[in-house]
Design a binder for this molecule. Sequence first.
Ligand SMILES: Nc1ncnc2c1ncn2[C@@H]1O[C@H](COP(=O)(O)OP(=O)(O)OP(=O)(O)O)[C@@H](O)[C@H]1O
Ligand SMILES: [Mg+2]
Length: 364
Amino acid sequence: MQIKNLDLNNFRNIESLSLSFDPGCNIIYGENGQGKTNILESIYMCGFGKSHKNSKEREIIRDGCEESHIRAEFGSVINSHRIDIHLRKNRPKGVALDRVPIRRYGDLYGNILVVMFSSEDLDIVKRSPSDRRKFLDMQICQIDPIYMDHLVNYNKILDQRRELFKSMEEGDVHQFQDTLDLWDLQLNEYGSRIIRKRREFIEELNEIIFEIHYDISGGKEKLKIVYEPSAREDDFYEILLKNRERDRYYKQTHAGPHRDDLSFYDQDKDMKVYGSSGQQRSCALSLKLAEIDIINKIKKEKPVLLLDDVMSELDRNRQTQLIRSLRDVQTIITCTGMDEFIEEKLGEVRRIRIADGRMINSEE
Ligand SMILES: Nc1ncnc2c1ncn2[C@@H]1O[C@H](COP(=O)(O)OP(=O)(O)OP(=O)(O)O)[C@@H](O)[C@H]1O
Ligand SMILES: [Mg+2]
């Protein structure tokens, strides 16, 4: 998949900008705070309907403006897609795929394939469990849009369950018993589907990541990702029942997919505990490269890869590994300056210089 054109209006510090991209490698460069990440954020939004920073729409609309537009054209071997996103202050955003308004982000997932790798992602091994869950969820959504519905439903019931515990405190417990029984059945229904999907995804990921990481570590590390569910799909319901009293007392649900985590092991060593910061970064790199392969395997199409400030954070060896894997993947890289080593390795690139939200020049 490739992004061909991007038009932005009143998007963060960008008043108006039209860009076209090469099918290969594109480098967006410029000084700090000029709008490079903003451009990648807008492309990410085309794939996921929302910002990778989880920003509110109000924050994305250019200061002093009422609305903001993203328009992009994506092409693939099979078909092409046009996406329009219209952000409005105090009103829900409008998203259209091929000019047809869509209501569920699920309709974007799997149609527009985008992978974002930013410098913060390099720390995924040691970040919080919720960051790792978010990583996992976004990946699965792209290859299985129904998964998103399970997540939305699960989280809704989780909230309702918490509200119910609050009501129980104030009223007669027995009066709410039937509702709690119902919530727990539903929580189990969606929760166990989420757990199963996550487990299957990690199995698939492990089939791919081993070799990628073996190469990246120069044959030294045997990486395995371990899924650590807080409950298994076949005993989730039982655990819910067993935890009820405690859950009610603390007004929260102690077990379930919202408490899952992932670990990264080199043989029997937990990289979170024993890995050097370089080794942890290599795991993150392998993870992203494996993600591209999984999408390609399932969707028969490679995603657009967005690399935000990543190159400068990697050593030469890892830069080379990354660049070697970029063949046949359209890549959009941001950096503050051009680097001779990277340029030489990348071969032909399109350079786009950005200053103050505007394009200064664009050369082949
Ligand atoms: N809603 C908004 N309206 C106007 N400007 C905004 C808005 N949101 C963010 N900005 C501005 O956008 C700029 C940041 O842009 P961006 O993060 O893309 O920079 P960058 O080029 O990636 O910089 P760096 O090299 O530091 O990563 C900041 O100057 C910020 O103030
Ligand atoms: Mg940036």
